[in-house]
Design a protein around this ligand. Structure first.
Ligand code: PRP
Length: 189
């Protein structure tokens, strides 16, 4: 497949991602071997690809649900305001909840999710995150299962977007700086 012009370089290729997702799935399957009712909650939109691959590699029974959030004014992430767009279909009370995220950047989204779910009294609450950008963190959040730590670059593909584009690239790639600097002048992802 041709790499789009907007891409500077491939950061994580398909094989590298698949191998790491398999490792995460094996670890999660071992840790939840005795869990009665495990529910994976994917955070839309970005997590849909990661969640699909991860869930299909689990060897323990589980349910899948989704939640959708949006940040107020993405350009002013320091505000840290997150809004609930769509809640999970089923209740999480008394269930083992694993939040599945594509990326943690400032940490505001995951912090909001953890506060929201904690209030609903799940049996347990953990996080599985494919990509972590520690340089951008504004608020500390626990990551129980992590795919990769990455530098502060704008990444797209494997669910991640720029202006809702590039989500279905099979690899994770660095976007050319000129592409996002034309519009936002920032590096938030
Ligand atoms: C991205 C990503 C996380 C969040 C992380 O979502 O999927 O949910 O940002 O950023 P934070 O740590 O700074 O809060 P985005 O708002 O881009 O929406 P999307 O998943 O629909 O692309």
């Amino acid at each position: 497949m041709k790499v789009p012009d907007a891409i500077e370089r491939v950061l994580l290729d398909e094989e590298t991602i698949a191998a790491r997702v398999q490792e995460l799935a094996a670890q999660i399957s071992a840790d939840y071997a005795d869990a009665e009712d495990l529910v994976l909650i994917g955070v839309l939109k970005g997590a849909f690809v990661f969640l699909a691959d991860l869930a299909r590699r689990l060897t323990v029974p589980h349910h899948v649900d989704f939640i959708a959030l949006s940040s107020y004014n993405r350009g002013a992430v320091s505000m840290g305001a997150v809004r609930l767009i769509m809640d999970t279909r089923a209740s999480v009370t008394g269930r083992h909840v694993l939040v599945v995220e594509d990326i943690v950047d400032t940490g505001y989204t995951l912090d909001y999710l953890l506060r929201t779910f904690r209030a609903r009294q799940p049996a347990s609450l953990r996080t599985c995150v494919l990509l972590n950008k520690p340089e951008r963190r504004r608020i500390e959040v626990p990551i129980d299962y992590l795919g990769f730590e990455i530098p502060d670059v704008w990444v797209v593909g494997y669910g991640l977007d720029y202006a809702d584009r590039f989500r279905t690239l099979p690899y994770i790639a660095v976007l050319k700086r000129e592409v996002y600097e034309q519009r936002s002048g920032g590096t938030e992802n």
